[in-house]
Design a protein around this ligand. Structure first.
Ligand code: NAG
Ligand code: NAG
Ligand code: NAG
Ligand code: NAG
Length: 181
């Protein structure tokens, strides 16, 4: 398996050398690949989020871009966890079903925070398979959370946009990890 992955990486690296002279080009190339692979991932979302990162350098490589995507995901997930906590603490009446769904989401997002710290450590140490498993579990958490609200017709998820952000950022991170190993 190993030589196959390495030659894939080499090919990608060579194509990056020829087509990407700076981080903007690398982002565009990478996002094109990611959104082709996953039709649910918006190319514009991918480009906009990566380009907005303050950690972006002028000439980043793919490995650094992957690190940026995991960090963005980590910030997003932490924000969303805190947002759900606020919703649950709000004294305004939540219907019991929504409240139960939110509690489940709170647990999922709370677990995702330490999982992503592990993912970042594994990613930095190039343990890509572990990072893949960890980021996948966060990807799953966003869909599990959103699906909970769909089970009852009268209920509207207050987290659709946030779950979608988590979903897309994890899809970006996963695509990059898969390109590297
Ligand atoms: C894309 O999203 C739809 C609807 O949420 C889902 O049914 C489908 O499995 C998703 N496809 C991928 C490749 O994730
Ligand atoms: C999540 O990330 C997206 C893309 O980087 C950004 O637009 C959005 O504001 C972030 N949301 C939160 C709650 O951090
Ligand atoms: C509680 O929810 C209401 C209605 O959604 C909102 O207007 C209010 O700002 C919230 N309060 C807090 C403390 O978040
Ligand atoms: C998530 O948001 C993107 C736009 O950023 C949109 O194209 C996509 O359909 C949304 N996906 C879901 C499942 O809502």
């Amino acid at each position: 398996m190993r030589p196959l992955f390495s030659s894939f990486y080499l090919l990608f690296f060579i194509s990056t050398l020829f087509h990407a002279t700076n981080s903007d080009n690398l982002i565009q190339e990478t996002c094109k690949k990611c959104s082709q692979k996953d039709p649910n991932l918006s190319y514009n979302f991918c480009v906009t989020s990566l380009q907005a990162s303050p950690e972006l350098g002028l000439c980043d490589n793919l490995h650094h871009l992957g690190k940026i995507s995991i960090k963005l995901l980590n910030q997003n997930v932490t924000n969303t966890r805190n947002y759900i906590k606020k919703l649950l603490e709000n004294k305004t009446k939540l219907d019991p079903y929504t409240k139960a769904c939110l509690s489940d989401c709170f647990e999922l997002y709370s677990d995702a925070v330490p999982t992503l710290s592990d993912a970042l450590k594994d990613y930095k140490a190039r343990r890509y398979e572990n990072a893949n498993i960890e980021v996948s579990s966060v990807f799953d958490a966003s869909t599990t959370c959103e699906d909970g609200f769909k089970e009852k017709e009268s209920v509207i998820s207050p987290l659709t946009k946030r779950n979608n952000n988590t979903f897309q950022l994890s899809a970006i991170a996963l695509s990059i990890v898969e390109m590297l190993y």
